[in-house]
Design a protein around this ligand. Structure first.
Ligand code: BG6
Length: 492
């Protein structure tokens, strides 16, 4: 028998720009996500190109009134479907629903003095609806959709003043939803700024000509750390019941083989993610990051008081997403390439791949739990784990996604093994996603993650009708067991 705590949060996860749609309704402003489109001419496996956005692309987005070209403008219309969707997810048995706040619903351009009341009310209704079914809201404040106006009228997160705009947004939302929300995540995958600076921080490379763009990224990163610490400080001072987590993309990077050089290489690459949680959990920049910045002639500007503020406002828990692992080597010449979440590495011959080339590694999620708990000794929260696949809807309105059931079965079993044997502390587990939604990286609809199939294609055609997939019924069975799950439930 596997056991989890009585208050363990079994759930699902989403983000505003990938589900809501209604991009102009009820006073919402334009966000950076509204400028992203599926570009069939770019190979979806070329994660760098797929995630690159320049000024020309933004100008096209601004002038194009055909919303069907811009997938996150219509999402899966959760803005209007939320009651039906939540009812179906409640029927599946979830105890937690992770979603994010569209910043531009609250402050359309980011700089207004007063928030948009209709935006605040929408999220209030949403959390009330969740509470109606005893579902715990897990709220991400910023998930890849900052106001476009901040990007165009300033230097975005490179500009220290953006911290104050974010603070106003964050504290407004926290106050308004305080009665209903206990768990907050200031930024989704804060480390992703390194891999896709536009989606994470609104940084458009060609707007910084003459500057070292790496330095721009790291300076913006520092500003996001201060912004996160402000959320911690605000919640702790005003609402002691609230917990604030940091969130990282927990890709696991193995050495390709036992050659010491390759083992060293994997350690060094893991630091690219750990640097972020190290700062937010331990409250100071690790020596290895300071040395790297020094060696690369990147100098960050800190305000007086920043180090103390970071040290005094560390995260209460460590949230992370986990999808896959990759390998690495000191010299990768000639080695087969494989992909993971917005990154790539060396192919692992022991693992299978998804339709999008991400390697499937259930043991890697347990390794992640052990690594993170051993490193920080703080509560962990898996806030994303799932399989993006090209599901097919049958004529009878069914989706036989046995591959997704297999993925979840194997990953969740490893999670429960870890709880049973590794002594980790885990607050909950949320799948990515809930209903299908627009892919964050490729802007495709056909890369589906949900338990509910949404009738929509990559070009915005479809009825938006929802259908329960086979995985919906599998997860429902698991959630029925709640805190005590028989081990043979995971037998194939
Ligand atoms: C995570 C993001 O990195 O991966 C989500 O937080 C995203 O927003 C998920 O959807 C899966 O990635 P993708 O690119 O397949 O949608």
């Amino acid at each position: 028998m596997y056991k989890v705590n009585d208050d363990f949060l079994w759930g699902v996860a989403t983000s505003a720009s990938q589900i809501e749609g209604a991009w102009k309704e009820d006073g919402k402003g334009m966000s950076i996500a509204d400028c992203l489109r599926f570009r069939p001419a770019i190979d979806v496996k070329d994660y760098k190109k797929v995630n690159e956005v320049d000024t020309e692309e933004i100008e096209q987005a601004l002038s194009d009134t055909n919303d069907k070209n811009w997938a996150k403008r219509y999402g899966v219309d959760f803005y209007h479907y939320y009651k039906e969707d939540i009812a179906q997810l409640a029927e599946m048995g979830i105890k937690a629903f992770r979603f994010s706040i569209g910043w531009t619903r609250i402050f359309p351009e980011g700089t207004e003095d007063q928030p948009n009341q209709m935006g605040l009310d929408y999220y209030l209704e949403l959390v009330k609806e969740l509470r109606k079914y005893q579902i715990e809201p897990i709220v991400t404040l910023s998930h890849y959709d900052m106001p476009l106006a901040i990007v165009l009228n300033s230097d975005s997160w490179y500009d220290r003043q953006t911290i104050a705009l974010y603070e106003k947004f964050a504290t407004t939302v926290i106050d308004y939803l305080s009665e209903y929300v206990n768990y907050w995540i200031p930024f989704n995958e804060i480390d992703s700024i390194i891999r896709h600076p536009f989606a994470s921080a609104g940084l458009v490379k060609d707007r910084f000509t003459g500057k070292n763009f790496e330095e721009v990224i790291y300076q913006s990163m520092h500003h996001q750390f201060i912004a996160s610490a402000l959320v911690v400080d605000y919640c702790h001072k005003n609402y002691p019941k609230m917990q604030v987590g940091c969130m990282i993309t927990k890709t696991t990077i193995y050495p390709y083989d036992s050659h010491p050089e390759n083992i060293l290489q994997s350690m060094l690459q893991m630091r690219e993610v750990y640097a972020f949680s190290d700062i937010q959990v331990r409250g100071e920049y690790p020596a290895y990051l300071l040395k790297k910045l020094e060696n690369e002639h990147i100098s960050l500007s800190f305000s007086e008081g920043d180090p103390t503020f970071l040290a005094e406002n560390t995260a209460d828990f460590i949230a992370f997403s986990y999808y896959s692992s990759v390998c690495t080597a000191a010299d990768t010449t000639g080695l087969k390439v494989s992909l993971a979440n917005t990154t790539k590495g060396v192919y692992n011959k022991y693992l299978q791949q998804t339709d999008w080339g991400w390697q499937i590694d259930p043991v890697g999620i347990r390794i992640s739990l052990v690594e993170l708990y051993d490193r920080y000794n703080k509560p962990l929260f898996i806030v994303e784990n799932g399989l993006g696949a090209a599901d097919q809807l049958t004529k009878e309105g069914r989706v036989h996604d046995t591959y997704r059931i297999d993925y979840l079965r194997q990953h969740i079993q490893e999670v429960l093994r870890s709880v049973k044997e590794d002594g980790i502390e885990l607050l909950g587990y949320c799948t990515w996603g809930a209903m299908d939604m627009i892919s964050a990286s490729t802007n495709q609809m056909s890369k589906r993650y949900g338990f509910l199939y949404v009738d929509l294609d990559d070009f915005g055609n479809g009825t938006f009708k929802r259908y329960k997939k086979d995985s919906y019924f599998w997860y429902q069975k698991l959630l029925d067991f709640d805190t005590e799950i028989p081990e043979n439930f995971f037998d194939k």
